[in-house]
Write a protein that binds this ligand. Structure first.
Ligand SMILES: [Cu+2]
Length: 586
């Protein structure tokens, strides 16, 4: 038995080494990308047939000052946000990640279906083990979708330290090509001055009685301003940091791909004098809808078209912050100098260098902590609603106080705890019964045993039994929002007669309103283990997550590449134990 174990270990190590050599030979052909988000994005040219694109991402800690305050940033290729990755529909994308953080890491590709490649979804404890410091790992998947996506760390709370960036995929059929002249990518993020390695242990301590840690700033495409009077003495801080400035030419039209990459905050976004026409929601094309202000919750994306048809001048870009969870005076950074009105500039070419004096659209505070009304977002292409419901999951979302006094978040009164050294997808493939996983796995398994399995659907009732609103994200899918709780029926089950089966919006992140129920449906056609969680980073760290084990009787026959399983045996033990310190216990 012992020999067998040693032998297995040897085989894994040696196969991982050969995979590593393969990666080395590939990586030399990979592009080391850097991006300036304030330059129009050059769209990729279409190719006759799909191609393989390879990118090198180097994870390095670097001193940066996005809002004027200098701190070590867990950067991608030395920049925050990370570089824009681009590909075309159908392409294979290889991302060669070299981890020089001095910490373990992982990268999740938000919104990517990962059909057949669940093990590259990037979730530590769900689909992979962490990428140890000084290691290289190759993500390798095919893009069966297009639109505006992004990538970010899914390891502890590392996303707040900077590991995030846009992922833009061009589709052959996008009917909006030609309806605009240029495109820009814009990220809206919150920003903390204290690294997550300090915040998270404080936040998860048994004795902590505060709420979600409050950020110090909001930043647009990685730029913002902080009032340095509030900064600790001896810090390096510049109150006159430059702010995000996007230059447009009068008479031209621009597609802005806007991504909320925050850990905590919701934004209401607008650009003075310029109504914005939404054409894409979370990668899904929609019929055009023109709004003056757009509420954008965490992880959501909107593509909008802006017509630069105003007099040549400078106009304020406004991103108004809402914090959708309570704050008390025991909350980490509760007295933050956070400026809730984050600004940037839309500058017409030839406009004088002066601050905008433009007038804001009225701030509609009823949009705070909500989505764009789903009833006005209609899919561009008619979509079939899958009908063969193979599973209906009722997910009660709550906070619970443990006997120790510690607050956890839960789904059906069970707080999710990742097993960072044994990802669930590996368990399933190694024969563990997906229907009998421990409670803390929050696993919901479903197979298709009858009816048309191409039409198989799963309904999730997200029953929010608390006063926060939560942006819920499902991996591996876009879902239909059948019911969004706008009518405030409370947490009672809504009537099916109120569901929208006709033309529901597809998206991958939906806001669940306070004390309300949202119902989503998705096509269960993607065997794998798909994470389902609140995208408020702190709620995720509290355990507000579940795992959807989709079609396990098919998925269990998957072969996981050796370099993925090798992450679980070849790990750096010091770093490993560091990861476990922050692991939640029930
Ligand atoms: Cu939440």
């Amino acid at each position: 038995m012992k020999f067998e174990l040693i032998f297995t270990f040897f085989v894994l190590i040696s196969s991982s080494n050969s995979a590593w050599l393969d990666r080395r030979s590939q990586s030399s052909e990979c592009a080391y990308v850097s991006s300036d988000l304030f330059k129009p994005l050059e769209p990729l040219s279409p190719t006759d047939s799909p191609v393989t694109r390879c990118y090198n991402l180097e994870l390095v800690v670097k001193d940066l000052a996005p809002d004027g305050f200098t701190r070590p940033v867990w950067s991608v290729n030395g920049q925050f946000p990370g570089p824009i990755l681009q590909a075309n529909y159908g392409d294979r994308i290889l991302i060669n990640v070299t981890n020089k953080f001095g910490d373990p890491a992982s990268i999740h590709w938000h919104g990517i279906f990962q059909k057949g490649t669940n093990f590259y979804d990037g979730i530590v404890g769900v689909t992979q083990c962490e990428i140890p410091n000084k290691d290289t790992f190759l993500y390798n998947f095919t893009l069966e979708q297009y639109g505006t996506h992004w990538y970010h760390s899914h390891f502890l709370a590392q996303i707040v330290d900077g590991l995030q960036g846009p992922l833009i995929i061009y589709g052959p059929k996008d009917p909006y090509y030609g309806k605009y002249d240029y495109e820009y990518v814009m990220t809206l993020s919150d920003w903390y001055h204290t690294p997550s390695g300090i915040l998270l242990p404080l936040f998860r301590a048994d004795t902590y009685k505060g709420a979600d840690p409050i950020p110090d700033s909001g930043v647009i495409s990685g730029l913002g301003q902080y009032d340095c009077k509030a900064a600790p003495k001896n810090s390096t801080c510049n109150s006159n940091n430059k702010i995000a400035t996007y230059v447009v030419k009068k008479g031209k039209k621009y597609r802005f791909r806007i991504i909320n990459t925050s850990a905590l905050v919701h934004y209401i976004f607008s650009i003075d004098n310029h109504p914005l026409t939404i054409i894409e929601v979370d990668g899904e094309l929609v019929k055009p809808v023109t709004l003056n202000t757009i509420p954008i919750n965490i992880a959501q994306r909107y593509s909008v078209i802006l017509d630069a048809n105003q007099p040549i001048d400078n106009y304020q870009i406004r991103a108004h912050i809402s914090i959708c969870t309570p704050i008390n005076n025991l909350t980490i950074n509760y007295n933050s100098a956070l400026n809730y009105n984050v600004t940037g500039i839309l500058k017409y070419d030839d406009a004088k260098d002066k601050l905008p004096t433009s007038k804001a659209y009225p701030l509609n505070t009823s949009e705070a902590c909500r989505d764009v009304n789903p009833n006005i977002l209609k899919p561009y292409y008619e979509k079939k609603v899958p009908k063969n419901v193979i599973s209906t999951i009722k997910a009660l979302v709550n906070f619970n106080i443990l006997p120790t006094g510690k607050t956890v978040a839960s789904i059906n009164n069970s707080s999710f705890v990742p097993d960072v050294s044994y990802p669930t997808n590996q368990e399933i493939i190694e024969g563990v019964n997906p229907y009998k996983l421990p409670n803390y796995d929050n696993a919901y398994a479903y197979d298709c045993n009858s009816g048309d399995c191409n039409d198989a659907a799963v309904d999730i009732y997200i029953i929010n039994n608390n006063t926060d609103s939560h942006p819920f994200h499902l991996h591996g899918h876009r879902f239909l929002v059948l019911y969004n709780g706008e009518n405030h029926t409370g947490i009672k089950p809504p009537n099916k007669s109120d569901f929208n089966f006709k033309d529901p919006v597809f998206r991958d992140t939906v806001t669940v309103l306070p004390n309300s129920t949202t119902v989503i449906r998705y096509n269960a056609n993607n065997p794998g283990v798909w994470f389902f969680h609140c995208h408020i980073q702190w709620h995720l760290n509290m355990g507000m997550a579940a795992q959807m084990i989709e079609l396990p009787s098919i998925f269990k026959n998957t072969t996981i590449p050796n370099d993925v399983t090798a992450l679980c045996v070849g790990d750096d033990l010091d770093n490993k134990s560091k990861g476990n310190i922050n692991k939640m216990t029930k």
